[in-house]
Structure formats: structure tokens, C-alpha cells
Write a protein that binds this ligand. Structure first.
Ligand SMILES: [Mg+2]
Length: 174
């Protein structure tokens, strides 16, 4: 296998260079939802994420959402809105959901990049199944006890000088 030309960390989905993924032989993306696309308290969207996904689809990339989120209506909503199949609960970092999605995309692990904000779920899970990964900064959200405890060891805070996009939580009702 060739080498990967993209960095292992990035600010957000939209700052990842699609050309570098293509140059590295990537054909599929396993996408985390919470704090990668939308903050788990539903206040913020990752700026430019939807346009980036649209562009990557036009470039021929296949997508799957793997979410550990407990509120299924959110995952359903985003799966529909982004037009991407989802596995929920994905129980990351366990490999089952990763393998299922890779198989459904008819790709090999080396052709699939995992993009998410958490080292202990997204990055670790990718490593366990042999996929490359890109860890993005975590969107602002109320931190849980273990996030406070492990802090930057599992997530990278969203840079304060970077733009944010607000999400209208009423979207879930329509
Ligand atoms: Mg996440």
C-alpha cells in the first residue's frame, strides 16, 4: 500500500483536503456525528461540513455515519439530512460497526478514513480495524466528567478564533 498524504489531525471536516484523500487512495469515509458534525448539545454545526460532504460525494467518496449517540432521533435526522447511512449505536471503539460499514461500502480498510473528534473511540477504533484516521477539533459542548478528567488526551478543543455555525434545534421537529 502507498502512503497517506493527509495529516492525522485537522481543525474541522471542511479543512480536510479532499485532493489529499484522493491522492492517498481513499474512497470511503466513516464519519462521527457528535462534536464532529453537530455539537452534542445541538448548539453548533461544524462550519462548511455539509458542503464538504457534498463535494466529496461528487468526487466519488462513499460515506457512513458511525455514532455512539444515545438519542436515535438525532442520528436519524442527520442520516436523512446528509443522505448517508448510519449505524447507531456503533459502540466505538469496538470493531463491529467499522467492519460492517466497510463491508457495506465494498472497500478495504486502507481505503477508508475515519474522521472524528475522539481519540478513545474514533481514532482507536480506526486503528483496531486498520483504517487511517483524522482527528478533528471537538466542537464546543458541555464536558462530561471523564472529558474533564482526560481532557486533551482524548479531544482537541475547538480553536476559539475559528468561526462556528449555529444550529436550530427546532430542525428536529420538522
Ligand atoms: Mg464525537
Amino acid at each position: 500500500m502507498g502512503k497517506y498524504y493527509f495529516p492525522k489531525t485537522d481543525y474541522r471536516l471542511a479543512t480536510i483536503k479532499i485532493e489529499l484523500l484522493e491522492a492517498s487512495g481513499i474512497k470511503g469515509v466513516l464519519l462521527d456525528l457528535d462534536n464532529t458534525i453537530v455539537s452534542e448539545d445541538d448548539r453548533y454545526l461544524s462550519p462548511g461540513a455539509e458542503a464538504w460532504i457534498e463535494q466529496a460525494k461528487l468526487a466519488g467518496f462513499k460515506f457512513y455515519i458511525l455514532s455512539n449517540g444515545k438519542r436515535r432521533y438525532r442520528v436519524k435526522y442527520w442520516s436523512y439530512r446528509l443522505d448517508i447511512p448510519a449505524i447507531n449505536p456503533a459502540k466505538k471503539p469496538f470493531p463491529f460497526a467499522f467492519r460492517k460499514a466497510i463491508k457495506a461500502m465494498k472497500l478495504r480498510p486502507k481505503q477508508v478514513v475515519v474522521i472524528g473528534d475522539s481519540r478513545h473511540t474514533d481514532v482507536l477504533g480506526a486503528w483496531l480495524v486498520g483504517c487511517p484516521s483524522i482527528q478533528v477539533a471537538t466542537l464546543p459542548h458541555p464536558f462530561r466528567w471523564w472529558e474533564k478528567l482526560f481532557g486533551k488526551r482524548v479531544q482537541t478543543p475547538y480553536p476559539i478564533e475559528h468561526e462556528l455555525e449555529h444550529f436550530d434545534v427546532n430542525s428536529y421537529k420538522t
